[in-house]
Design a protein around this ligand. Structure first.
Ligand code: NAD
Length: 379
């Protein structure tokens, strides 16, 4: 039976129902911010895919996007879009607390779902999304776009061809100087977001690290979390333009750090900062420490080149190399194309959101460990 990270056995799928290949796939996109717009543009670029519905609460932007991308149906409420019975696909780019209700409603009414990261505010909700996908035998994918960067994919292939020996430790971090995405937006509401920097940025670098490490299970977590700057009204990204939550307090962490123990006996340090007096920029990366060599991904300010460094020895001499890899920003385009290809292939027995669920369980454990002040097991 195929593996289901932290998700239990996978039910054998009933014969997948392929959409009639002679007609286009019909898509509805929910959300008009960075995520929704990026999804929308990725679908519009794929031949044989029609975006027939769009939803979002900003009326003027909704009308502008619907008109410029020639989407015939526009709704302010997601429920109206999901109620349509002529959609094959629903794509979710809304605040985190809406991922679960939208996904469950869409999956249960026979639609495939692409959902933004993080999968849901809690792992229990994420597990219900996986159950809904399995029950209805629909595809559920989570948009971990950064792992699709060319530099990450280069490293993945490099590790296959040039083992670093035993990778005993890895570090994954995303740190910003002043990058709280809107001090009064839904991002800083515990109920709407589920958490702060760790669930927002940490989820991306956790995904990249687990992907590069060949999907070990995380077994135990010891974490700390702080909200020192956000609660003082510092560290906000005033340009972020995120949608509001109605003047709530700063309820989430702006910094978290966690030591993750892996089922192979090794470890991963995970750190996420929306704000902090460290680096000047908005940087993310992963370091891999092997006993035969090492590798570093360091993406400074979303750099598209010069992001990978490899460390080894030749004849006892230290070798440091910097492969020239161009990583133009194509993450979402690739994620959306893969999602559509999966639907068209009819092969989706392991595409019910299992990877996203494991990541949600790890993030839950990070918050629980920080809350309890001790190491906790990952469920
Ligand atoms: N993968 C990435 O690189 C990436 C980048 C940014 C955001 N995200 C994720 O995408 C999601 C959205 O983030 P964003 O930055 O685009 O947020 P945003 O605040 O800019 O946009 C949210 C959108 O959701 C819509 N919305 C809210 N409630 C709705 C409702 N009831 N019905 C219909 N539409 C509704 C809003 O109108 C808005 O258009 C989040 O889960 C976030 O974590 C991912």
């Amino acid at each position: 039976m195929p593996g289901a990270p932290n998700g239990g056995p996978i039910a054998s799928p009933a014969a997948a129902t392929l959409p009639d290949e002679t007609r286009p796939l019909r898509v509805g996109v929910i959300g008009l911010g960075f995520a929704g717009t990026t999804h929308l543009d990725a679908y519009v670029a794929i031949p044989g895919v029609d975006v027939v519905a769009l939803a979002g609460q900003e009326r003027q932007r909704l009308d502008e996007l619907a008109s410029s991308r020639q989407v015939p149906n526009a709704y302010e409420a997601w429920e109206e879009l999901v109620a349509r019975d002529d959609l094959d696909v629903v794509s979710i780019g809304t605040p985190n607390h809406l991922h679960h209700p939208i996904a469950v409603a869409a999956l249960s009414s026979g639609k495939h779902v692409l959902c933004e990261k993080p999968m849901a505010p809690t792992a229990d909700l994420a597990a219900e999304m996986v159950d809904a996908a399995r029950r209805s035998n629909q595809v559920l994918k989570i948009a971990f776009n950064h792992r699709r960067r060319a530099d990450v994919q280069f490293l993945r292939r490099y590790l296959d061809d040039h083992p670093l020996g035993v990778i005993y430790h890895a570090r994954a971090r995303w740190t910003r100087r002043t990058g709280i995405p809107g001090l009064d937006s839904w991002f800083t509401s515990k109920t709407m977001a589920g958490g702060g920097a760790m669930i927002d940025l940490g989820s991306h670098v956790l995904d990249i690290a687990l992907h590069l490490l060949d999907e070990p299970r995380v077994t135990r977590v010891s974490a700390v979390a702080y909200s020192e700057l956000g609660r003082l009204g510092r560290g906000g990204d005033l340009e972020a333009g995120k949608t509001g939550a109605g003047g709530h307090l700063f309820e989430v962490e702006d910094f978290a750090s966690a030591l993750l123990r892996l089922d192979n006996g090794h470890s991963l340090q995970l750190e996420a900062a929306w704000a902090g007096y460290t680096n000047d920029h908005d940087d993310f990366g992963v370091d891999l420490l092997g006993d035969q060599g090492g590798a570093r991904l360091f993406v400074e300010n979303y750099a598209a080149a010069g992001t990978v460094t490899l460390f080894s020895d030749i004849d006892g001499h230290r070798v440091t190399s910097r492969p020239e890899i161009a990583s133009p920003s194509v993450g979402h385009a690739v994620v959306v194309r893969d999602f559509i290809d999966t639907i068209r292939s009819g092969q989706w027995a392991t595409s019910h959101g299992e990877y996203g669920l494991h990541r949600s369980r790890v993030l839950d454990a990070v918050y629980e460990s920080a809350r309890q002040g001790r190491e906790v097991a990952v469920r």
